[in-house]
Design a binder for this molecule. Structure first.
Ligand SMILES: Nc1ncnc2c1ncn2[C@@H]1O[C@H](COP(=O)(O)OP(=O)(O)O)[C@@H](O)[C@H]1O
Ligand SMILES: [Mg+2]
Length: 372
């Protein structure tokens, strides 16, 4: 491993002292704390300074403070710029993963997400492009008083069609919208119970509803759909128009639409955030990465495994370097009312490991390390 690392940095100008720092980081690799952290994750917070684990947030060793400002900005001169060290949540051959430890799911479930009823709903625009659930910016009035939100206001509405599995091409469990709906509904019950919306770590969710008012669905379907909005939906509508022109409005060759579903869709009503900026390589900083990892830990501490972090589209930065995680329709929780799937400590920590690597070894890989 050491030889490999020297090959990686070969060709760069290194002092003896810098080689020493490199060696120090490599030694840490062999003493990975992952196999210890996982034993109590997420009940014990690995970000707490006590006990402190090495390289939880990679920082530039204080010994490097004598580098000039220009050197620090220039990754060619700062040998540690691209080297964020060992991922502390990653097992190594010397410290392998212990046998699966399942989180006890016989605990009391958090209160379920409330069902809500609307007295008005107006679809304003589609917020996501494609996807199995449609997210809209809407203006709505909640009639139930328990939420304390009687007036009309702007929300984000995430709609899931209640289709029979044979009504759609993808019949796999995860692809079926009703499974996604139940997963996200259960996740919000856990996240709200843990107080995470108040901390801005996840959106606030007011509750779930059935969109049984046909005029709402007609209004939703009447929203124009461009190729950019939703390529699949756009072409399905185009083909339907052609078939109707050719064979008449009752043609059986027309494909199934929202208005043909036998049961009305379900939806989640969320706070609408106008200031969400997708987190990407262009705006990520070490401070934001730290905030995002701590926020993800809070989600895990609520016993929610996000399950859809393979790309960066579900994490956003808000003013003040605050980070918000969204989209829990592939999540798994400790207490699941509708199905049984055991959640392990390993599964939760592996998600943290994945995100740590994504931030420090990919998105921030060419940004110089900072001193803290
Ligand atoms: N509460 C919200 N406020 C504002 N925009 C939102 C909100 N929730 C979702 N969005 C927008 O909708 C997009 C899709 O939402 P998401 O829950 O990730 O659905 P999908 O399952 O289709 O990925 C997000 O990337 C974001 O742009
Ligand atoms: Mg998403």
């Amino acid at each position: 491993m050491i030889t490999v690392a020297f090959r990686v940095v070969a060709g760069q100008r290194f002092s003896l002292y810098q080689h020493f720092l490199l060696l120090r980081q490599l030694t840490t690799t062999m003493r990975s704390p992952a196999s210890t952290i996982v034993l109590t994750y997420p009940d014990q917070n690995p970000f707490n300074p006590n006990p402190s684990y090495p390289n939880i947030f990679p920082t530039r060793p204080a010994e490097c403070d004598n580098l000039s400002a220009a050197d620090i900005k220039n990754p060619y001169y700062d040998p540690l710029a691209g080297l964020h060290g060992h991922n502390p949540f990653q097992y190594t051959d010397e410290n392998p993963m212990p046998p699966r430890i399942y989180i006890d799911n016989h605990q009391t479930s958090p209160p379920p997400l409330p069902e809500i009823f609307l007295s008005s709903l107006e679809f304003i625009e589609r917020l996501n492009h494609g996807g199995r659930a449609h997210v809209y910016k809407v203006s709505a009035t909640i009639t139930s008083t328990t939420t304390g939100e009687p007036r009309e206001k702007i929300y984000a509405l995430k709609m899931f069609r209640d289709m029979d599995p044979d009504e759609e091409s993808d019949q796999k469990e995860i692809g079926w919208p009703m499974f996604r709906f139940r997963r996200e509904k259960e996740a919000y019950a856990h996240l709200i119970h843990a107080g995470l919306p108040e901390q801005g770590i996840v959106p606030n969710c007011y509750g779930w509803l059935t969109l049984s008012n046909r005029s709402y669905l007609e209004q939703c379907y009447a929203l124009p759909v461009s190729e950019k909005d939703d390529l699949e939906e756009f072409w399905s509508r185009e083909k339907n128009k052609q078939r109707i022109t050719k064979y008449g409005p009752d043609t059986a060759s027309r494909s199934h639409t929202l208005l043909d579903d036998r049961r009305p869709p379900k939806a989640l009503l969320l706070e609408y955030y106008a200031d969400l900026e997708p987190l990407s390589g262009n705006n990520v900083t070490h401070d934001i990465a730290e905030a995002a990892l701590k926020a993800l830990y809070q989600i895990h501490a609520a016993y929610v495994h996000h399950g859809d972090l393979s790309h960066d589209t579900n994490v956003f930065v808000r003013p003040g370097n605050r980070v918000m995680w969204i989209d829990f329709d592939e999540s798994t929780c400790r207490c699941e009312r509708n199905w049984r799937k055991k959640l392990s400590r390993q599964k939760l920590m592996e998600e943290l490991e994945h995100v740590w690597s994504r931030f420090y070894q990919i998105m921030l890989a060419d940004q110089p390390l900072v001193s803290k």
